[in-house]
Write a protein that binds this ligand. Structure first.
Ligand SMILES: [Zn+2]
Ligand SMILES: [Zn+2]
Length: 274
């Protein structure tokens, strides 16, 4: 009888909302993160002239994952993966505390999904810009943000390289609006995670590949790989994530002429393209 009860409680745990939420969120994160990084690791290790021509910092040698670089990245990536798994159950309670999180109900209408995703993106972009802007105040940079800037020539996995406080800042930016919304659905949250992970890995990819970045399509409003690569190269400017609107308002939007496609030439001054 007691065995049956144990089996029953085990079965109900694996069907519980908190378990399903953890699996869906962590699963989406890992799938997109390793899909994109798998591709980036291959093109970093092997030479494909048709892809290498899009490498942004061509004046430097390819990273090629030297042992010390690899060690640091593996360590940091493992830290990040563990903290994600620990953070997600807490997030489940936060999402339910301020509203209702639907895990097993029917998918919301596409209009609701799109409206919520737009809210998530706008909110993340504003919080990310301002906290990132503050992280570049000298003492905050030295004590917290410098760790993310170790690589002046970034690659995809650098996106998770950060001090734990910066890790929290990232989570705050991503989850602030979903936590505050009254009604949310796991389907929308998984799309949101997929978009955000893709965006940040792409921004750190080191390759200005055509078509794959929103910056390629609408460079006058979207930030992306060129902007964030430039940020790592110089340790300043281009603090935004999705858009460059806040950077334009604060006059921190810069792109190098040498790394810029024809589409962006409209914004040039002598040395930089604003
Ligand atoms: Zn920075
Ligand atoms: Zn970065």
């Amino acid at each position: 009888m007691s065995i049956n009860n144990t089996e029953l409680s085990r079965a109900s745990f694996f069907q519980s909302d908190i378990w399903l939420f953890t699996i869906y969120i962590v699963g989406t994160f890992e799938f997109i993160f390793w899909l994109c990084n798998g591709f980036l690791i291959i093109i970093e290790l092997y030479d494909f002239p048709s892809i290498d021509k899009y490498r942004i910092q061509k004046h430097k040698k390819k990273l090629r994952f030297q042992p010390d670089v690899t060690q640091l990245m593996i360590k940091q990536t493992i830290h990040h993966q563990i903290s994600t798994v620990l953070f997600v159950p807490l997030l489940y309670y936060l999402l339910n505390y301020f509203g209702h999180l639907d895990i097993q109900g029917p998918r919301p209408a596409w209009s609701t999904i799109i409206y919520q995703l737009v809210l998530f993106i706008l909110s993340e972009d504003a919080i990310f810009f301002w906290t990132h802007y503050l992280f570049h105040i000298p003492w905050l940079y030295k004590t917290i943000h410098k760790k993310h800037h170790i690589f002046k020539q970034p690659t995809g996995v650098v996106s998770v390289l950060s001090d734990p406080i910066e890790g929290l800042q990232n989570q705050l930016a991503v989850w602030f609006m979903p936590v505050l919304l009254k009604e949310k659905h796991i389907f929308t949250l998984c799309i949101w995670i997929a978009i955000r992970v893709y965006q940040t890995v792409n921004a750190h990819s080191g390759y200005n590949l055509p078509y794959v970045s929103t910056q390629y399509w609408v460079p006058w409003i979207m930030s992306g790989t060129l902007a964030h690569d430039f940020h790592h190269q110089h340790g300043k400017w281009n603090y935004g994530s999705f858009f460059n609107i806040w950077d334009r308002i604060m006059d921190t939007h810069r792109l190098s002429i040498a790394t810029t496609t024809e589409k962006e030439v409209d914004y040039k001054d002598k040395k930089f393209i604003k």
